[in-house]
Design a protein around this ligand. Structure first.
Ligand SMILES: Nc1ncnc2c1ncn2[C@@H]1O[C@H](COP(=O)(O)OP(=O)(O)O)[C@@H](O)[C@H]1O
Ligand SMILES: [Mg+2]
Length: 277
């Protein structure tokens, strides 16, 4: 059974505003899934269904095989944490520490456990030094980390992040990648994220969904998606720089057998050079 799934999910914001039609989406446990597609494709609308901020106009969202409904949505929200694109929609407490404690406090945990979770989340995101600061004066990247820490402190099974790399500086993006990589391995967490940042996808994703105008227009491995010219064009994406390099080497007779993360490609190129010198 998949941890999260949608079946024929349709959603309309009102008469004539169909944001999702017939979406079938599967997230296996401890996998990392990237959701891509142009602005207005329906990514955020989909994500809001994952933890019951929206309910389908028709079709279903299943968590552990159970349809998410108004009756079980509180339970589902403990397990499926959503990090909004804009941290200002998520952060409202007077201090970073209070903000990160908000979720675990709402879960009704005892004070000792809450403190433990908050310390753990601050540490994991590298923001202990910000703990007593008022969040509204932080930089965009700092706020983003606070928002993620708040969700992590709830120890969800599924972490859903809507455009987590938007507004981060290059170092912030690199740190985010390293952080997100650890979660499935260390905690068995399932990660679903949307992004326009194509280079992030081969670093993290086991599986990619491409949306356009409320429908899935492509799904598959990183390789199946990014080596598909037509799809890339239709979805207004671009080929990640390092995948392009590997493809062009192949087209010129140098067949690197490699995965597509930066580290794997570097290792394959170094091995190739050693072999040839
Ligand atoms: N609150 C809303 N009311 C009406 N229409 C909305 C609302 N939110 C999003 N939409 C519309 O739904 C479609 C999908 O939007 P969204 O899910 O935000 O796409 P994405 O996250 O891929 O940019 C767009 O056409 C958008 O204009
Ligand atoms: Mg969006």
């Amino acid at each position: 059974m998949h941890i999260l799934e949608t079946r024929d999910l349709c959603y309309s914001y009102g008469e004539g505003i169909s944001a999702l039609h017939g979406v079938n989406f599967i997230a296996p446990r401890a996998s990392t899934i990237a959701v891509m597609g142009p602005n207005g494709a329906g990514k955020s609308t989909l994500f809001k269904h994952f933890n019951g901020l929206l309910f389908p106009s028709s079709g279903e969202v299943l968590y552990h095989g159970e349809p998410v409904s108004r009756a079980n949505v509180r339970e589902v929200r403990k397990q499926v944490g959503l990090v909004f694109q804009n941290p200002d929609d998520q952060i409202f407490s007077p201090s970073v520490r209070d903000d990160v404690a908000f979720g675990p406090t709402n879960l009704g945990l005892d004070p000792e456990t809450i403190e433990h979770r908050v310390e753990g989340a601050l540490d994991l995101l590298g923001i202990e030094h910000l703990a007593e600061r008022p969040p509204h004066h932080l930089s965009g990247g700092e706020k983003k980390r606070v928002a993620i820490a708040g969700v992590i402190a709830m120890e969800p099974q599924v972490l859903v992040l809507d455009e987590p790399s938007s507004g981060l500086d290059p170092h912030g993006v690199a740190t985010l990648i390293e952080f997100l990589k650890t979660l499935p391995r260390q905690f068995g967490m399932t990660i679903i994220f949307s992004t326009h940042h194509v280079d992030l996808v081969p670093e993290l994703a086991d599986y990619v969904y491409v949306f356009d105008r409320g429908a899935v227009i492509g799904k598959g491995s990183v390789e199946e998606i990014f080596f598909e010219d037509d799809l890339i064009r239709r979805a207004r994406l671009s080929e990640p720089a390092l995948m392009r390099l590997v493809r062009i080497m192949r087209e010129n007779g140098v067949d690197l057998t490699t995965g597509y993360s930066q580290q794997e490609i570097e290792d394959a190129i170094v091995a190739l050079i050693r072999e040839r010198t």
